[in-house]
Design a binder for this molecule. Sequence first.
Ligand SMILES: *[C@@H]1O[C@H](CO)[C@@H](O)[C@H](O)[C@H]1NC(C)=O
Length: 405
Amino acid sequence: MLLLLLLLFKKILCHGPSTMVLFSPSFNLSQLSFLCLSAAQVLGPHHLAAEEPLSFRVLQTFSFANHSWAHTEVSGWLGELQTHRWDSVLGTIRFLWPWSEGSFSKEELKNLQYLLQLYFHSFPQQVQAFSSQFQFEYPFELQIAFGCRMHSGKASESFLNGAYQGSDFLSFQGNFWKPSPGAGSQAQKVCEVLNHYQVVKEIVQSLLVDTCPRYLAGLLEAGKSELERQVKPEVWVSKGSSPGPGRLLLVCHVSGFHPKPVWVMWMRGEKEQLGTQRSELLPNVDRTWYLRVTLNVAAGEAAGLTCRVKHSSLGGHDIIIHWDGYPILLICICLAVLVTLVILVLVDSWFKKQSSSSLPTAQIRTSALPIYPTLLFPQKPISKNPGIQEVFSAWHRNLGSKIDS
Ligand SMILES: *[C@@H]1O[C@H](CO)[C@@H](O)[C@H](O)[C@H]1NC(C)=O
Protein backbone atom coordinates (compact mmCIF):
# COMPACT_ATOMS: atom_id res chain seq x y z
CA MET A 1 0.00 0.00 0.00
CA LEU A 2 2.78 2.40 0.76
CA LEU A 3 4.48 1.61 -2.44
CA LEU A 4 3.28 5.08 -2.95
CA LEU A 5 6.10 6.36 -0.86
CA LEU A 6 8.49 4.14 -2.64
CA LEU A 7 7.58 5.58 -5.97
CA LEU A 8 7.50 8.95 -4.38
CA PHE A 9 11.00 8.24 -3.35
CA LYS A 10 12.14 7.36 -6.80
CA LYS A 11 10.64 10.60 -7.95
CA ILE A 12 12.27 12.69 -5.30
CA LEU A 13 15.59 11.12 -6.14
CA CYS A 14 15.25 12.25 -9.71
CA HIS A 15 14.16 15.73 -8.77
CA GLY A 16 16.75 18.50 -8.67
CA PRO A 17 19.76 18.97 -6.43
CA SER A 18 18.14 20.07 -3.21
CA THR A 19 16.16 16.91 -2.79
CA MET A 20 19.12 14.87 -3.95
CA VAL A 21 20.92 16.07 -0.87
CA LEU A 22 18.02 15.02 1.26
CA PHE A 23 18.16 11.49 0.09
CA SER A 24 21.86 11.14 -0.46
CA PRO A 25 23.41 7.87 0.74
CA SER A 26 24.36 9.47 4.02
CA PHE A 27 20.83 10.64 4.60
CA ASN A 28 19.32 10.02 7.97
CA LEU A 29 16.01 10.92 9.42
CA SER A 30 17.13 14.12 11.06
CA GLN A 31 17.98 15.40 7.62
CA LEU A 32 14.41 15.06 6.48
CA SER A 33 14.13 18.72 7.07
CA PHE A 34 10.67 18.99 5.63
CA LEU A 35 9.36 16.28 7.88
CA CYS A 36 11.28 16.89 11.03
CA LEU A 37 11.49 20.60 10.51
CA SER A 38 13.10 23.26 12.59
CA ALA A 39 12.20 24.77 15.93
CA ALA A 40 11.27 21.94 18.20
CA GLN A 41 8.15 22.94 19.97
CA VAL A 42 7.16 22.05 23.46
CA LEU A 43 3.70 20.62 23.61
CA GLY A 44 1.98 22.76 26.20
CA PRO A 45 -1.13 21.76 28.09
CA HIS A 46 -4.37 22.56 26.34
CA HIS A 47 -7.44 23.08 28.42
CA LEU A 48 -10.20 21.91 26.19
CA ALA A 49 -13.21 22.14 28.43
CA ALA A 50 -13.85 18.51 29.27
CA GLU A 51 -13.32 17.33 25.71
CA GLU A 52 -11.76 13.98 24.96
CA PRO A 53 -8.18 13.98 23.80
CA LEU A 54 -8.18 15.65 20.42
CA SER A 55 -6.81 14.03 17.35
CA PHE A 56 -5.61 15.19 13.99
CA ARG A 57 -6.50 12.78 11.21
CA VAL A 58 -5.90 12.72 7.51
CA LEU A 59 -8.57 10.59 5.85
CA GLN A 60 -7.90 9.29 2.38
CA THR A 61 -10.27 7.39 0.15
CA PHE A 62 -9.09 5.91 -3.11
CA SER A 63 -11.72 4.46 -5.42
CA PHE A 64 -10.57 2.26 -8.26
CA ALA A 65 -13.16 1.59 -10.96
CA ASN A 66 -10.88 -0.25 -13.35
CA HIS A 67 -7.28 -0.41 -14.47
CA SER A 68 -7.34 3.10 -15.82
CA TRP A 69 -9.65 5.03 -13.51
CA ALA A 70 -9.08 6.08 -9.91
CA HIS A 71 -10.50 8.80 -7.74
CA THR A 72 -8.92 10.30 -4.64
CA GLU A 73 -10.65 12.10 -1.78
CA VAL A 74 -8.59 13.53 1.08
CA SER A 75 -9.53 15.58 4.10
CA GLY A 76 -7.89 16.68 7.35
CA TRP A 77 -9.76 16.70 10.65
CA LEU A 78 -9.11 18.16 14.06
CA GLY A 79 -11.39 16.08 16.24
CA GLU A 80 -14.85 16.54 14.72
CA LEU A 81 -13.90 19.61 12.79
CA GLN A 82 -12.71 19.52 9.22
CA THR A 83 -9.63 21.68 8.84
CA HIS A 84 -8.16 20.69 5.46
CA ARG A 85 -9.10 19.45 2.05
CA TRP A 86 -6.85 18.17 -0.69
CA ASP A 87 -7.48 19.84 -4.03
CA SER A 88 -6.59 17.01 -6.38
CA VAL A 89 -6.92 19.21 -9.47
CA LEU A 90 -4.42 21.81 -8.31
CA GLY A 91 -2.49 19.41 -6.10
CA THR A 92 -2.68 21.77 -3.15
CA ILE A 93 -3.71 21.70 0.48
CA ARG A 94 -6.83 23.80 1.08
CA PHE A 95 -6.79 25.34 4.55
CA LEU A 96 -10.38 25.62 5.68
CA TRP A 97 -9.77 27.90 8.67
CA PRO A 98 -7.45 30.88 9.07
CA TRP A 99 -5.65 28.86 11.75
CA SER A 100 -5.48 25.59 9.78
CA GLU A 101 -1.81 26.16 9.03
CA GLY A 102 -1.06 25.63 12.71
CA SER A 103 2.42 26.70 13.70
CA PHE A 104 4.20 25.41 10.60
CA SER A 105 6.02 27.96 8.46
CA LYS A 106 5.12 28.60 4.83
CA GLU A 107 8.29 26.77 3.87
CA GLU A 108 7.44 23.71 5.92
CA LEU A 109 3.93 23.63 4.53
CA LYS A 110 5.23 23.94 1.00
CA ASN A 111 7.50 20.98 1.49
CA LEU A 112 4.70 18.97 3.02
CA GLN A 113 2.46 19.87 0.11
CA TYR A 114 5.16 18.76 -2.30
CA LEU A 115 5.43 15.42 -0.56
CA LEU A 116 1.66 15.00 -0.71
CA GLN A 117 1.58 15.89 -4.40
CA LEU A 118 3.98 13.10 -5.15
CA TYR A 119 2.17 10.72 -2.86
CA PHE A 120 -1.33 11.33 -4.18
CA HIS A 121 -0.07 11.19 -7.71
CA SER A 122 1.91 7.98 -7.32
CA PHE A 123 -0.09 5.95 -4.87
CA PRO A 124 -3.08 5.20 -7.13
CA GLN A 125 -0.72 4.32 -9.98
CA GLN A 126 1.23 1.95 -7.77
CA VAL A 127 -1.92 0.31 -6.49
CA GLN A 128 -3.07 -0.20 -10.08
CA ALA A 129 0.28 -1.73 -10.93
CA PHE A 130 0.17 -4.13 -7.99
CA SER A 131 -3.54 -4.85 -8.06
CA SER A 132 -3.28 -8.30 -9.59
CA GLN A 133 -0.34 -9.35 -7.42
CA PHE A 134 -2.29 -8.26 -4.34
CA GLN A 135 -5.55 -9.72 -5.68
CA PHE A 136 -7.46 -6.46 -5.46
CA GLU A 137 -10.61 -6.94 -7.50
CA TYR A 138 -12.17 -4.06 -9.43
CA PRO A 139 -14.03 -2.04 -8.49
CA PHE A 140 -12.48 -1.57 -5.06
CA GLU A 141 -11.88 1.09 -2.49
CA LEU A 142 -8.93 1.72 -0.19
CA GLN A 143 -9.17 3.97 2.83
CA ILE A 144 -6.34 5.23 4.95
CA ALA A 145 -6.65 7.03 8.26
CA PHE A 146 -3.42 8.61 9.37
CA GLY A 147 -3.00 10.73 12.45
CA CYS A 148 -2.18 11.33 16.04
CA ARG A 149 -3.88 12.05 19.31
CA MET A 150 -2.86 14.17 22.27
CA HIS A 151 -3.27 12.95 25.82
CA SER A 152 -3.34 15.49 28.65
CA GLY A 153 -1.25 17.90 26.64
CA LYS A 154 1.93 15.85 26.60
CA ALA A 155 1.93 12.23 25.56
CA SER A 156 0.79 11.60 22.04
CA GLU A 157 -0.21 8.50 20.22
CA SER A 158 -0.14 7.97 16.46
CA PHE A 159 -1.96 5.65 14.16
CA LEU A 160 -2.15 4.58 10.54
CA ASN A 161 -4.92 2.21 9.55
CA GLY A 162 -5.75 0.93 6.12
CA ALA A 163 -9.02 -0.61 4.94
CA TYR A 164 -9.85 -2.56 1.81
CA GLN A 165 -13.48 -2.63 0.67
CA GLY A 166 -14.52 -0.98 3.92
CA SER A 167 -12.94 -3.58 6.23
CA ASP A 168 -9.81 -3.25 8.35
CA PHE A 169 -6.90 -4.46 6.33
CA LEU A 170 -3.61 -3.38 7.87
CA SER A 171 -1.99 -0.93 10.24
CA PHE A 172 1.41 0.51 10.98
CA GLN A 173 2.67 -0.50 14.43
CA GLY A 174 6.02 0.62 15.77
CA ASN A 175 8.04 0.24 12.63
CA PHE A 176 6.12 -2.52 10.87
CA TRP A 177 3.12 -3.09 8.67
CA LYS A 178 0.77 -5.50 10.37
CA PRO A 179 -2.22 -7.24 8.83
CA SER A 180 -5.46 -6.58 10.71
CA PRO A 181 -6.97 -9.52 12.58
CA GLY A 182 -9.39 -11.22 10.22
CA ALA A 183 -7.97 -9.62 7.10
CA GLY A 184 -6.54 -12.97 6.03
CA SER A 185 -3.65 -14.03 3.88
CA GLN A 186 -4.20 -11.24 1.39
CA ALA A 187 -3.31 -8.59 3.99
CA GLN A 188 -0.46 -10.74 5.23
CA LYS A 189 1.03 -10.85 1.77
CA VAL A 190 0.70 -7.08 1.26
CA CYS A 191 2.38 -6.41 4.60
CA GLU A 192 5.20 -8.80 3.81
CA VAL A 193 5.94 -6.87 0.66
CA LEU A 194 5.63 -3.47 2.34
CA ASN A 195 7.90 -4.43 5.20
CA HIS A 196 10.79 -4.78 2.77
CA TYR A 197 10.86 -1.05 2.13
CA GLN A 198 12.89 0.19 5.07
CA VAL A 199 13.11 3.82 3.96
CA VAL A 200 9.38 4.08 3.42
CA LYS A 201 8.81 2.78 6.92
CA GLU A 202 11.18 5.38 8.33
CA ILE A 203 9.37 8.18 6.54
CA VAL A 204 6.00 6.95 7.73
CA GLN A 205 7.31 6.65 11.26
CA SER A 206 8.75 10.12 11.16
CA LEU A 207 5.46 11.55 9.93
CA LEU A 208 3.61 9.71 12.65
CA VAL A 209 5.78 10.30 15.67
CA ASP A 210 7.23 13.69 14.86
CA THR A 211 5.41 15.69 12.20
CA CYS A 212 1.88 14.85 13.22
CA PRO A 213 2.15 15.59 16.97
CA ARG A 214 3.89 18.89 16.26
CA TYR A 215 1.30 19.86 13.70
CA LEU A 216 -1.48 18.89 16.10
CA ALA A 217 0.04 20.96 18.90
CA GLY A 218 0.23 23.97 16.59
CA LEU A 219 -3.37 23.52 15.47
CA LEU A 220 -4.63 23.24 19.03
CA GLU A 221 -2.89 26.46 19.93
CA ALA A 222 -3.91 28.37 16.82
CA GLY A 223 -7.49 27.12 16.77
CA LYS A 224 -8.02 27.46 20.50
CA SER A 225 -10.79 30.05 20.42
CA GLU A 226 -12.73 28.12 17.79
CA LEU A 227 -12.33 24.85 19.66
CA GLU A 228 -13.33 26.36 22.98
CA ARG A 229 -16.31 28.23 21.56
CA GLN A 230 -19.24 28.04 23.97
CA VAL A 231 -22.75 28.17 22.52
CA LYS A 232 -25.82 27.73 24.71
CA PRO A 233 -28.38 25.10 23.77
CA GLU A 234 -31.99 25.84 22.93
CA VAL A 235 -34.34 23.35 24.57
CA TRP A 236 -37.94 22.49 23.79
CA VAL A 237 -40.25 19.56 24.38
CA SER A 238 -42.79 17.87 22.15
CA LYS A 239 -44.88 14.76 21.91
CA GLY A 240 -43.46 11.95 19.80
CA SER A 241 -45.46 9.38 17.89
CA SER A 242 -47.40 7.31 20.43
CA PRO A 243 -45.50 4.22 21.58
CA GLY A 244 -48.79 2.42 22.32
CA PRO A 245 -52.29 2.78 23.73
CA GLY A 246 -52.37 4.89 26.86
CA ARG A 247 -48.73 5.83 26.56
CA LEU A 248 -46.87 9.00 25.61
CA LEU A 249 -43.46 9.53 24.12
CA LEU A 250 -42.04 12.72 25.61
CA VAL A 251 -39.33 14.25 23.45
CA CYS A 252 -36.83 16.78 24.70
CA HIS A 253 -34.94 18.55 21.91
CA VAL A 254 -31.58 20.12 22.71
CA SER A 255 -30.09 22.04 19.85
CA GLY A 256 -27.41 24.50 18.84
CA PHE A 257 -24.86 23.82 21.58
CA HIS A 258 -21.09 23.66 21.51
CA PRO A 259 -18.90 21.95 22.60
CA LYS A 260 -20.25 18.46 22.28
CA PRO A 261 -20.44 17.11 25.85
CA VAL A 262 -23.93 17.63 27.25
CA TRP A 263 -26.05 16.06 29.99
CA VAL A 264 -29.79 15.73 29.37
CA MET A 265 -32.26 13.85 31.55
CA TRP A 266 -35.98 13.54 32.04
CA MET A 267 -36.64 14.23 35.73
CA ARG A 268 -39.44 14.13 38.27
CA GLY A 269 -38.32 16.73 40.77
CA GLU A 270 -34.75 15.74 41.58
CA LYS A 271 -35.27 12.15 40.51
CA GLU A 272 -33.70 11.04 37.23
CA GLN A 273 -36.03 8.97 35.07
CA LEU A 274 -34.12 5.83 34.23
CA GLY A 275 -36.11 5.14 31.09
CA THR A 276 -34.60 8.24 29.47
CA GLN A 277 -33.15 7.45 26.04
CA ARG A 278 -30.61 9.49 24.10
CA SER A 279 -30.37 9.71 20.35
CA GLU A 280 -27.08 10.02 18.54
CA LEU A 281 -25.61 13.51 18.61
CA LEU A 282 -26.28 15.06 15.23
CA PRO A 283 -24.34 17.97 13.77
CA ASN A 284 -26.09 21.21 12.79
CA VAL A 285 -24.73 23.08 9.79
CA ASP A 286 -23.36 25.87 11.99
CA ARG A 287 -21.00 23.49 13.77
CA THR A 288 -23.23 23.06 16.77
CA TRP A 289 -24.94 19.88 17.94
CA TYR A 290 -28.44 18.51 18.21
CA LEU A 291 -29.66 15.86 20.62
CA ARG A 292 -33.07 14.26 21.14
CA VAL A 293 -33.86 12.68 24.49
CA THR A 294 -37.05 10.68 24.92
CA LEU A 295 -39.08 9.10 27.69
CA ASN A 296 -41.87 6.58 27.23
CA VAL A 297 -44.48 7.10 30.01
CA ALA A 298 -48.07 6.22 30.83
CA ALA A 299 -50.25 9.12 29.69
CA GLY A 300 -51.37 9.83 33.25
CA GLU A 301 -47.81 10.15 34.55
CA ALA A 302 -46.50 12.79 32.19
CA ALA A 303 -47.56 15.74 34.33
CA GLY A 304 -44.80 17.06 36.55
CA LEU A 305 -41.94 15.71 34.44
CA THR A 306 -39.15 18.04 33.39
CA CYS A 307 -36.33 17.90 30.92
CA ARG A 308 -33.09 19.05 32.51
CA VAL A 309 -30.00 20.11 30.57
CA LYS A 310 -26.48 20.70 31.86
CA HIS A 311 -23.88 22.17 29.53
CA SER A 312 -20.57 23.96 29.95
CA SER A 313 -21.99 27.10 28.28
CA LEU A 314 -24.66 27.48 30.97
CA GLY A 315 -22.25 28.23 33.80
CA GLY A 316 -23.97 25.88 36.24
CA HIS A 317 -27.49 27.22 35.54
CA ASP A 318 -29.26 24.15 34.21
CA ILE A 319 -32.07 24.60 31.73
CA ILE A 320 -35.28 23.02 32.99
CA ILE A 321 -38.30 22.66 30.73
CA HIS A 322 -41.59 21.43 32.19
CA TRP A 323 -43.58 18.94 30.22
CA ASP A 324 -46.76 20.83 31.14
CA GLY A 325 -45.12 24.13 30.26
CA TYR A 326 -46.92 24.15 26.95
CA PRO A 327 -50.49 24.27 28.36
CA ILE A 328 -49.40 27.07 30.71
CA LEU A 329 -48.11 29.00 27.72
CA LEU A 330 -51.42 28.42 26.00
CA ILE A 331 -53.30 29.73 29.03
CA CYS A 332 -51.12 32.85 29.01
CA ILE A 333 -51.83 33.41 25.33
CA CYS A 334 -55.55 32.98 25.90
CA LEU A 335 -55.44 35.45 28.78
CA ALA A 336 -53.56 37.95 26.63
CA VAL A 337 -56.15 37.59 23.89
CA LEU A 338 -58.97 38.06 26.36
CA VAL A 339 -57.44 41.21 27.82
CA THR A 340 -56.91 42.58 24.34
CA LEU A 341 -60.53 41.88 23.43
CA VAL A 342 -61.71 43.74 26.50
CA ILE A 343 -59.55 46.72 25.55
CA LEU A 344 -60.90 46.59 22.00
CA VAL A 345 -64.47 46.64 23.26
CA LEU A 346 -63.71 49.58 25.52
CA VAL A 347 -62.05 51.51 22.73
CA ASP A 348 -64.92 50.64 20.43
CA SER A 349 -67.44 52.07 22.84
CA TRP A 350 -65.20 55.11 23.32
CA PHE A 351 -65.26 55.74 19.57
CA LYS A 352 -68.99 55.33 19.51
CA LYS A 353 -69.31 57.89 22.32
CA GLN A 354 -67.08 60.27 20.37
CA SER A 355 -69.06 59.84 17.16
CA SER A 356 -72.39 60.36 18.91
CA SER A 357 -71.10 63.64 20.38
CA SER A 358 -70.24 66.86 18.53
CA LEU A 359 -67.99 65.72 15.64
CA PRO A 360 -69.53 65.26 12.16
CA THR A 361 -69.23 61.75 10.66
CA ALA A 362 -66.86 62.70 7.87
CA GLN A 363 -64.37 64.05 10.34
CA ILE A 364 -64.43 60.90 12.43
CA ARG A 365 -63.51 58.85 9.41
CA THR A 366 -60.40 60.83 8.66
CA SER A 367 -59.26 61.47 12.19
CA ALA A 368 -60.23 58.32 14.01
CA LEU A 369 -59.12 55.68 11.56
CA PRO A 370 -55.43 56.48 11.50
CA ILE A 371 -55.34 56.84 15.26
CA TYR A 372 -56.67 53.57 16.42
CA PRO A 373 -54.36 51.14 14.64
CA THR A 374 -51.33 52.84 16.15
CA LEU A 375 -53.11 53.03 19.47
CA LEU A 376 -53.95 49.37 19.57
CA PHE A 377 -51.33 47.83 17.40
CA PRO A 378 -47.71 48.75 17.93
CA GLN A 379 -45.61 49.07 14.78
CA LYS A 380 -44.81 45.38 14.90
CA PRO A 381 -47.22 42.69 16.07
CA ILE A 382 -46.34 41.53 19.56
CA SER A 383 -46.97 37.92 18.85
CA LYS A 384 -45.61 35.82 16.03
CA ASN A 385 -48.50 33.46 16.52
CA PRO A 386 -50.52 33.63 13.29
CA GLY A 387 -53.70 32.70 15.16
CA ILE A 388 -53.48 35.78 17.32
CA GLN A 389 -52.68 38.00 14.38
CA GLU A 390 -55.73 36.70 12.64
CA VAL A 391 -57.86 37.51 15.65
CA PHE A 392 -56.33 40.97 15.70
CA SER A 393 -56.94 41.70 12.08
CA ALA A 394 -60.48 40.30 12.28
CA TRP A 395 -61.16 42.74 15.09
CA HIS A 396 -59.45 45.43 13.16
CA ARG A 397 -61.78 44.89 10.20
CA ASN A 398 -64.80 44.55 12.46
CA LEU A 399 -64.03 47.74 14.22
CA GLY A 400 -63.31 49.55 10.97
CA SER A 401 -66.65 48.60 9.49
CA LYS A 402 -68.45 49.56 12.67
CA ILE A 403 -66.89 53.00 12.61
CA ASP A 404 -67.62 53.33 8.94
CA SER A 405 -71.24 52.40 9.34
C1 LIG B 1 -13.22 2.89 -16.10
O1 LIG B 1 -14.17 3.41 -15.20
C2 LIG B 1 -14.62 4.71 -15.52
C3 LIG B 1 -15.49 5.21 -14.39
O2 LIG B 1 -16.48 4.30 -14.03
C4 LIG B 1 -15.35 4.67 -16.87
O3 LIG B 1 -15.80 5.94 -17.20
C5 LIG B 1 -14.39 4.15 -17.91
O4 LIG B 1 -15.06 4.01 -19.14
C6 LIG B 1 -13.80 2.82 -17.49
N1 LIG B 1 -12.76 2.43 -18.43
C7 LIG B 1 -12.61 1.19 -18.89
C8 LIG B 1 -11.46 0.95 -19.80
O5 LIG B 1 -13.38 0.30 -18.56
